[in-house]
Design a protein around this ligand. Structure first.
Ligand code: GDP
Ligand code: IMO
Ligand code: MG
Length: 424
């Protein structure tokens, strides 16, 4: 049985926690898109893991972890992550596979990300500056791309680097007047990446199909969220990959019909990091209440997250394009203490109501949310184990989310720990 976990909002929904829990029942966890822009938090006892590239299943020693073709691999971050795991006596030896076709994020991608963002001034996208956009641009452009498999032929790689770095330097110097970067320095780093990472590098598509034929159970771990998808999100305020469920097949080489269960993760409210329209944003004391109570600061960049009410229009869109079967609703505990809670059940645009999310930034920036107000609850939920022990108003809130999104909420998060999870 193969399943997937994808974010239904703008990222940081709590995917790491759910993947960690569900990994208990599977053999392999796969990261299929994005790069070290992701920050997935997993808490095991007193240990807190922030995973950027390793699939969240990595915390379980018996899980095989796979990083497939469409992930852009920042070797420096990956090596640091592997080291952090080693320090906690968790080894990745013989259970980490990295696609030889995954593209490599190098220093010049990060520099370019920073320079491009700065060049936009107040119109910047608010990227994580992890070099994600420039690396995907090189991949699609093809002529300046380097993949993990290129680390196998260092002589060839040195020649390619020379051409790429000369070209990048011309642009950086002409447009931004920056110091030239050195092909030698980057090559030295690549040699060390080759030493440390080639033993993990392989054909992951072959591995995944053999594993499926052997009856292994695979969990696909989405990064970012559906609304950050390059083709179906709120462009240009998105990431550079297909971060929705639509990206699983292209990213991993496993056809969608081989996946049995699609689980979407959403917060009981909405957050967004970086720029872009956000119809239910509460840039006020309610947003601040949620930010403080929910610890809404980025796992990767530490930036404060923008916070707002649950947007059923946006989540329904993600459910529709992802063929989502059920929802894991996280952070219900964070809403405790509010007098009322709101669900956005429609948008008004040009005086007309619509319930279909416009994935077009110009339209989305002009909508106003139509809310349904539900009485809040004051009780602390962090010790609740059963749905029927939740306050009536919290139960009612979940039922309204099910009705407005059309999907059952089968998992409810009431705190960051594994045990703070209600299954229905
Ligand atoms: P991801 O990127 O989707 O994996 O999410 P992040 O890890 O970036 O952000 C989610 C944050 O919420 C992390 O700090 C989690 O430990 C925390 N978290 C997850 N589920 C819950 C929950 O149900 N309640 C609370 N209070 N925190 C949660
Ligand atoms: P996880 O997997 C939240 C956002 C950035 C920015 C936009 C583009 O932890 O949910 P990029 O660096 O990708 O070019 O930035 O996408 N973004 C995320 N927001 N969670 C993430 O990952 C994100 N990854 C990228 O903040 O708005
Ligand atoms: Mg995150």
């Amino acid at each position: 049985m193969n399943s997937c976990i994808v974010g239904l909002q703008w990222g940081d929904e709590g995917k790491g926690k759910i993947v960690d829990i569900l990994a208990d029942n599977c053999d392999i966890v796969v990261r299929y898109s994005g790069g070290a822009n992701a920050g997935h938090t997993v808490i095991v006892g007193n240990d807190r893991f922030a995973l950027h590239l390793l699939p969240s299943g990595a915390v379980r020693q018996n899980i095989v972890c796979v990083i497939t073709n469409a992930v852009v691999v920042d070797p420096e971050t990956l090596l640091k992550e592997i080291e952090t795991f080693q320090q906690k006596n968790i080894t990745l030896t013989d259970r980490l596979l990295i696609s030889e076709n995954a593209h490599i994020v190098l220093d010049y991608h990060k520099i370019e990300d920073q320079l491009r963002e700065e060049s936009l001034g107040k119109n910047k996208l608010g990227t994580t500056v992890r070099g994600i956009g420039p690396c995907y641009a090189d991949k699609v452009g093809r002529n300046h791309a380097l993949r993990m498999g290129d680390l196998r032929n260092l002589q060839n790689l040195r020649e390619k680097l020379q051409t790429i770095v000369e070209y990048k330097n011309k642009i950086f110097e002409a447009l931004y007047n920056t110091e030239p970067i050195s092909a030698d320095t980057i090559f030295k780093k690549c040699k060390s990446y080759a030493d440390k990472l080639l033993s993990f590098t392989t054909d992951t598509t072959e591995f995944l199909h053999k594993s499926i034929a052997d009856g292994k159970s695979i969990l696909f771990e989405g990064a970012q969220g559906t609304l950050l998808d390059i083709d179906h999100g709120t462009f240009p305020f998105v990431t550079s990959s297909n971060s929705s469920a639509l990206g699983i097949s292209a990213g991993s080489g496993v056809p969608v019909r081989m996946i049995d269960k699609f689980i979407g993760v959403a917060k009981a409210y909405t957050t967004r990091v970086g720029a872009g329209p956000f119809p239910t944003e509460q840039d006020n004391e309610i947003g601040q209440y949620i930010r403080d109570k929910g610890g809404e600061y980025g796992t990767t960049t530490g930036r404060p997250r923008r916070c707002g009410w649950f947007d059923a229009v946006a989540v329904s869109y993600s459910v529709t394009i992802g063929a989502i079967d059920s929802i894991a609703l996280m952070h219900l505990d964070t809403l405790s203490g509010l007098k009322d809670v709101n669900i956005c059940k429609a948008y008004k645009i040009n005086g007309k109501e619509t319930s279909f999310f416009p994935a077009n930034t110009n339209k989305l920036a002009r909508v106003s949310p139509v809310y349904e107000t539900i009485p809040g609850w004051q009780q602390d939920l962090t010790d609740v184990k059963d749905f029927h022990d939740l306050p009536n108003n919290a139960q009612n809130y979940i039922c309204r989310i099910e009705e407005t999104t059309g999907k059952p909420v089968t998992i409810i998060g009431v705190g960051p720990k594994r045990t703070q999870t209600i299954f229905r």
